[in-house]
Design a protein around this ligand. Structure first.
Ligand SMILES: [Zn+2]
Length: 416
């Protein structure tokens, strides 16, 4: 429960590796099928598994693989070095099959990657509970491989891909509980951990106006053969599909993946809803459907295993890791762009002219300083050489060093 902010500056160690500055595309390429699938299979997605709750009398509590999945997510956030905590909640008088039940022992799982100096907040969420046999019309165990281990795995893989980078702004990853119980987990988080009072904030209470977007990943691993390689950016409102968030995600899909983005509206049934209702830009990223899931009549679900026992990794040809991995790349690129990843500097030697260049993609809103030292010892004094003021645009910055006149031996660039 302890929150530690990362230091406000980052030292870029220079090394002769690439001949160009590192880019956001390089980070998205670190999202891999292998790593995604490891997270996915760690979430209990095989035949007979369930991340649901007990049946029968109140209180209904986590059953089957629910809490082991919760702990897997928590341990992953901890291993990635994020400020990690459980967000416990319960709710009473929940109507199910004509009767009221109390639910206890629920937990959202939160992993915070604190920003370096920036004040904005970006949220990525995905629910980890699956439908359970206590729910209406469901009398079997549901592994929820697509709904929604797929979204959780995408969130974890994105969190892994960016773990070693410093960001200007703060990113909050949330694995929601009880989405299948009328989105109780996301409602609890919005009610309990967001505030309109700036002075009231702390490491577990966030100032609402600083939250610039909430991206909800719910069902991202079924690549419908009738609509191959398309990904829906589902806005809440039917006719408002060109919000800045929707357009930014569309651009990220086009920049970093092989998928075809599809801006659609009317997506009003998942964990983005509570954030949207709180006035926050929020969107549902979901595998492609010809019509929206919830507003067509009768309800039109493309995924043939939706809320079935066969929503399982054991279903041959069903879960597409290549597709889900592409979706994850787009989220990763979006986060890098919006939350302002501070990319490391690259040393580019130009031997013929006895110069070298220190080169990097600057992050908008971040200033940099160049330092040099005459010795190789870490205890040597660093001499300030040059200041690079913050700009509003993403551009490549470079500093040329003339080795004929420079008395410095090593250099570093520090973001401010
Ligand atoms: Zn779902």
């Amino acid at each position: 429960m302890i929150s530690i902010r990362t230091s406000l500056s980052l030292i870029f160690l220079l090394a002769v590796t690439n001949s160009r500055a590192e880019t956001i595309s390089d980070i998205t390429q670190a999202v891999t099928i292998n790593s995604y699938s490891n997270f996915h299979t760690g979430l209990f997605v095989a035949d007979g598994n369930s991340r649901g709750f007990t049946d029968g009398a109140s209180p209904r509590v986590p059953a089957y693989q629910h809490d082991p999945a919760r702990d897997f997510i928590r341990d992953t956030f901890l291993a990635l070095g994020y400020d990690t905590w459980l967000d416990p909640f319960s709710f009473n008088s929940y109507l199910e099959d004509g009767q009221f039940y109390d639910y206890q022992g629920c937990n959202n799982v939160i992993g915070v990657k604190w920003g370096s100096g920036g004040t904005n907040i970006y949220i990525v969420g995905a629910h980890y509970d699956s439908v359970d046999s206590g729910q209406s019309g469901i009398n079997f165990l549901c592994p929820g491989a697509d709904d929604n281990a797929s979204g959780v795995a995408g969130m974890l893989e994105s969190a892994r891909a960016i773990q070693n980078y410093t960001f200007r702004d703060t990113i909050i990853f949330i694995a929601f509980d009880a989405e299948e119980k009328d989105y109780r987990g996301s409602k609890h988080f919005v009610d309990t951990h967001l505030t309109d009072t700036p002075g009231a904030t702390n490491s577990m209470l966030f100032y609402k106006p600083l939250i610039k977007s909430m991206v909800n990943l719910d069902m991202i691993a079924y690549n419908d053969p009738a609509n191959g390689d398309q990904i829906v950016l589902g806005s809440r409102k039917k006719n408002l599909t060109d919000s800045p968030l929707s357009l930014a995600l569309e651009a990220a899909v086009l920049s970093y993946t092989t998928l075809v983005p599809f801006r659609d509206g009317g997506y009003n049934a998942s964990d983005h809803l509570a954030f949207y209702d709180a006035g926050i830009a929020a969107i549902h990223v979901i595998e492609h459907d010809l019509e929206d899931y919830w507003n067509s009549s009768p309800p039109f679900i493309e995924n043939p295993h939706y809320h079935k026992a066969t929503d399982s990794i054991d279903q041959a040809g069903y879960i597409s890791y290549p597709y889900a991995t592409e979706v994850t790349k787009s989220i990763t690129g979006y986060l890098c762009e919006q939350a302002g990843v501070i990319l490391p500097a690259t040393l580019i030697p130009t031997v013929t002219t006895n110069t070298f260049e220190i080169c990097w993609s600057n992050t908008p809103g971040v200033a940099y300083s160049l330092y040099g030292t005459e010795g190789l010892s870490p205890s040597n004094l660093w001499t300030f050489l040059q200041h690079m003021p913050a700009t509003n645009v993403q551009t490549e910055l470079a500093v040329q060093i003339d080795l004929n006149t420079s008395t410095q031996h090593i250099f570093k660039v520090i973001s401010e």
